[in-house]
Design a binder for this molecule. Sequence first.
Ligand SMILES: Nc1ncnc2c1ncn2[C@@H]1O[C@H](COP(=O)(O)OP(=O)(O)OP(=O)(O)O)[C@@H](O)[C@H]1O
Length: 812
Amino acid sequence: MACKNQNKPPLNSMPISATLPSSRRKSIGGHELSSHRRCSKLGADKMVGTGNVSGRMRLAFSIVNGEQELAPSSDPPSNAGSEYGANIEFTREDVETLLNEKMRYKSKYNYKERCETMLDYIRRLRLCIRWFQDVEGNYLFEQEKLLTALEFAEGRCAESELVLKNKEEELNLIIVELRKSLASLQDKLSKEELEKMAAIDSLSKEKEARTETEKSQASISEELGKVQGELQSANQRITSVNDMYKLLQEYNSSLQLYNTKLQTDLDMTHENLKRAEQEKVALVENLGNLRGQFKSLQEQYTSCKESADEALKQKDLLVSQVASLKGELQQVRDDRDRLTLQVQDLTAEVASYKEQSQKSNEFEEKYLLQNNEIRTLQYKLEAAESRLRESDMSVFETRTESEAQKQLAITLQSQLDDAEKKVVEGEQLRKKLHNTILELKGNIRVFCRVRPLLTDDGIGNDGKVLSYPNSLEALGRAIDLNQNGQKYSFSFDQVFAPEASQEDVFVEISQLVQSALDGYKVCIFAYGQTGSGKTYTMMGKPGQPEQKGLIPRTLEQIFQTREALKLQGWKYEMQVSMLEIYNETIRDLLSTNRDSFRDGTPNGKQYAIKHDLNGNTTVSDLTVVDVRSSREVSYLLDRAAHSRSVGKTQMNEQSSRSHFVFTLRISGVNESTEQQVQSVLNLIDLAGSERLSKSGSTGDRLKETQAINKSLSSLSDVIFALAKKEDFVPFRNSKLTYLLQVIMASEVVSSAKPCLGGDSKTLMFVNISPEASSSGESLCSLRFASRVNACEIGVPRRQANLRSPDYRFSLG
Ligand SMILES: Nc1ncnc2c1ncn2[C@@H]1O[C@H](COP(=O)(O)OP(=O)(O)OP(=O)(O)O)[C@@H](O)[C@H]1O
């Protein structure tokens, strides 16, 4: 309780009269004074130094001590409280002073004085006690108040403890949560630490990279400097190139002049070529003659050799005869000598034996006979000797003649070799000139062929619509068409009038065919109105060998040349495929499954056209046949011809209702020179264009005609786009153009490696019907052909190399 009192407001700040009720003051017992004193002492301790109150205290103390004010008063205090009032306050010093006060007396034996002093002292003590009791009562009241406040505070404290407990629980929960989040945060932290480490790593790497980048930047800067230097020099070069460009422009104009000159030269070369060809023919003839001469000389030489051998044999015979005759002669001589001796003996005996005269006569006769015999033998010997001399002479002559013949044969052989060399050189020159001319002309060439009037064309349809200018430069190359009194002139690489035979036409394309064996991709196609002679030109007339068309002739030439080239070490492999495009559908003409094909239902094959970057076109599922002879190909052609879609129109009894594409893939290798060639020969007979009104088509025929006209119009769109060097060429508009894409695409317009653009040669036949009623169609065909003629395609490349080829069958 004492301690609680310490927390209370200081006693000296509380006026006793205001805080201490009188009833309370009375109930305080004297025995509690010591504790009250302690409290008072403590309260007085607290009051020490409070300046405000000290004035009042001093006043109260002086009153209690009664030194000045009380001293004069003589009234003894009856009651402490009533004597000095209730508002007397004490300080600690006052109380201590009061307690320590010593009684002083003027006279030791003045008891009255001593008693008064004592009483005064007691009165003051009482006052002090009263003050103390008041203070204590105050304290108790305050204590009670404080206890109530304490209880209240304790209640509040319990409440707040409850609240705090709740809060604590909440806080515990929060702490748990926080721990959890702390754990997760620690996880996060560790992760982030790791990330931080990684980031630090990457930072260091980045720093390194940055350093490197800085280095490279420095080097780039250096390079930049260099490049700028180079740029400057390049600028200088550009300036010089510009100068050069100007010079080149000048040079170009001079080249143009030169080109004009070259054109003239080209014409001359053309003539030279013709002359060379004539010379070649003459040489070939000469060669033939020389070969004849050589043969006859060889025969002469053999007969001379035989006669020389004969003469030698005769000579040997005669020598042996002479030897035997000489032997006989010797014997005869011996006989003669012996006979002479005998005659002598006999003559001697004649004398003695006259009777033997008869015998003697006989001997004489015999002798005469033998003499005659000897003479004849001598004649014979002489004759034999002269014959021997003669035969010696003839042997010598024959030998000389034989030597001369040998010499002649040698010179003829060398002449023959020279002639053959010249022929080879002439051939090479021809090829070169041929290719040069083709390159100069562009690789699409156009031949125009007019068919003769047929009996089916009808009477009155032979009005002169077409004419052929025969000026020197136009001869064989120009054609005029007269329509409604207007003349339209066209010129092509070659114009074949109606009388031109299949052979005449083939002669003109034979060199192109040769190109296929030389490694060029070759494409020949026939375009024209229905019934104008396309199939006749390409295939010929069935069953009439002299009228066979370009395709069989081409194959014959290819296989013949293949045989001839075998001597030079070339080996060729060939593959054939044939297809038709009918109503925008591809059909395999060599397919063995022809039944499903015929009734028009798909036979499960795709026949998808694919072009690769090497300029090869393939058709999936297409039958490909290896061929070794033209006879095999003829057989396949017959098979294909039977499978082709044909029908009768008003314009043509046997009209081809589809585009026919014959493909021969050639692959050659020369083992001695290790050269290889690959080429493709495409021979195409297009379906005929026709006007619906004129053809009178209906139903299926109408559908066919529409499909044909659509694909031909797509073909012309493609060719015109190529001629104009347009960026977009509508190859995909029809199966035909898509199939021929690589054949038609020029380097200028195609990003893929084009077949024709780079290494192919194309020839288009435009077939024309001569009858007047077809003049409109003919004009269209001729116009189209001249547009094609204007098409320029890149310089052809020969597909020859020393490496092994990526061999695949393809169209282009
Ligand atoms: N140069 C020619 N000499 C003789 N007859 C010819 C000649 N050209 C074409 N013919 C004949 O003309 C007729 C029609 O020719 P062909 O069938 O070749 O025409 P086409 O252009 O192929 O027709 P389609 O486009 O309708 O198939 C045939 O009877 C053919 O024999």
